[in-house]
Design a protein around this ligand. Structure first.
Ligand SMILES: *Cc1c(COP(=O)(O)O)cnc(C)c1O
Length: 379
């Protein structure tokens, strides 16, 4: 029932505290299933400072608008695009929906080709926009099968979505090779996860191969500052080669700038300030260090897994590792009971672990301890 009168403030705070304690938290819990992490302190304070801001009505928030445009510039240059366009949005889902919305506006209705490892948001977008999906399988390395893409690329394919850092495996589709098979289709790269990792992996010598706007056919790219970008939720970005947002511009005189060209109306623009803060606080060097540390912890885990005789599904290119089990669902459920958070990847008979900055060697050891205890219960 809706409360009829005001609640005593300290009582309310107690209630909030109780709920807070029921939630999992990055510091103390074993959260191996999240692609987001604890935001930087500077980002949290920037978020709180700009909590009123709403770029749905941008002329009220000229300062936030400036930070927004600078973030678009930073991310474009990170992705090797000189004169980039784009928007800071609420996350990868909104970015992917917006990319396909733009593609449909430009090309009209048609088919969208995607590998089976595509993120669910792309499937949602295809459904919402009344497009038709064409699924292609992946090769042994969980990357889009080039031969099958070639076969299935027909005239009525308007868009192709490839992933730079798949959610399940951290794999990168052969973007360059597939781009060479395209005529004029809209090529969208979903780098929601990998966008803030691959550029730093390149710097560290951990990655080779073009995945971004260096591939000429790439028209748009999703990158999430609220994942390895260390910013606050909700913060995603869609970076585009041209000013494609004009295709989804709707006039609305009541708004301060007279139009809206994003899916959401009211936008949590505190996250824009948080993203601006994270990027400036860390710089390329700071992100490179964070990514390096995640790889070090991942390598420690791989070593420990090997010592324990655990089977690794495939050589992980990024910071996502899948452990193969006969019955992953049972293990998943038992781990969950112990408040050890991993993802179930039934289709590939594995348990998926993501190595984000909140995971350290100690947590890896604790995870293994729990896993062993669970495995013993099985016997
Ligand atoms: C996280 C993710 C998304 C969805 O992003 P949200 O920010 O959760 O909406 C899309 N694609 C990939 C590859 C992702 O990792």
């Amino acid at each position: 029932m809706f409360p009829s009168h005001s609640q005593n403030l300290s009582k309310l705070q107690q209630m909030l505290e109780k709920f807070y304690l029921e939630d999992a938290h990055f510091d103390k819990d074993l959260i191996f299933n999240s692609t987001w992490t604890k935001p930087l302190g500077v980002s949290i304070s920037a978020h709180l400072k700009f909590i009123e801001s709403n770029l749905g009505n941008p002329l009220l928030y000229l300062g936030t608008s400036k930070m927004h445009d600078m973030c678009v510039k930073y991310l474009s240059s990170l992705l090797n695009l000189k004169e980039g366009h784009g928007k800071i949005l609420s996350g990868g889902t909104e970015s992917n929906i917006t990319a396909l919305w733009i593609a449909r506006k430009i090309y009209g209705k048609g088919k969208v080709l995607y590998p089976e490892t595509v993120h669910i948001s792309v499937i949602k977008a295809i459904d919402l926009l009344n497009l038709e999906g064409v699924k292609v399988s992946v090769d042994d390395d969980f990357r889009a099968d080039i031969g099958e893409v070639e076969k299935k690329l027909r005239d009525d394919v308007i868009a192709v979505v490839l992933t730079a850092g798949t959610t399940l495996f951290g794999t990168v589709d052969p973007i360059k090779e597939i781009s060479e098979l395209l005529d004029d289709q809209f090529l969208h790269v979903d780098g929601a996860f990998g966008g803030f990792i691959l550029p730093f992996m390149e710097k560290l010598g951990l990655w080779k191969g073009e995945f971004d706007f260096r591939v000429y056919a790439v028209k748009s790219f999703s990158i999430d500052p609220h994942k390895m970008g260390m910013s606050t939720i909700p913060s995603g970005a869609l970076i585009t080669r041209d000013d494609y947002f004009r295709h989804i511009r709707f006039e609305a005189e009541y708004l301060s700038n007279g139009y809206s060209d994003s899916l959401l109306g009211t936008r949590c623009s505190a996250a824009v300030a948080a993203t601006y803060a994270a990027i400036n606080y860390l710089g390329f060097e700071g992100y490179t260090k964070i990514v390096k540390r995640c790889f070090d912890v991942r390598d420690y885990a791989l070593k420990r897994f090997e010592e324990e005789g655990l089977e690794i599904l495939h050589k992980p290119p990024m910071t996502i590792v899948n452990l193969k089990f006969k019955n992953p669902k049972k293990i998943y459920k038992k781990l969950l009971k112990r408040r050890v958070y991993v993802s179930l990847n039934s289709k590939y008979s594995s348990i998926r672990l993501v190595f984000m900055p909140h995971i350290d060697e100690k947590k890896v050891d604790l995870f293994i301890e729990n896993l062993k205890a669970v495995a013993e219960e099985e016997l």
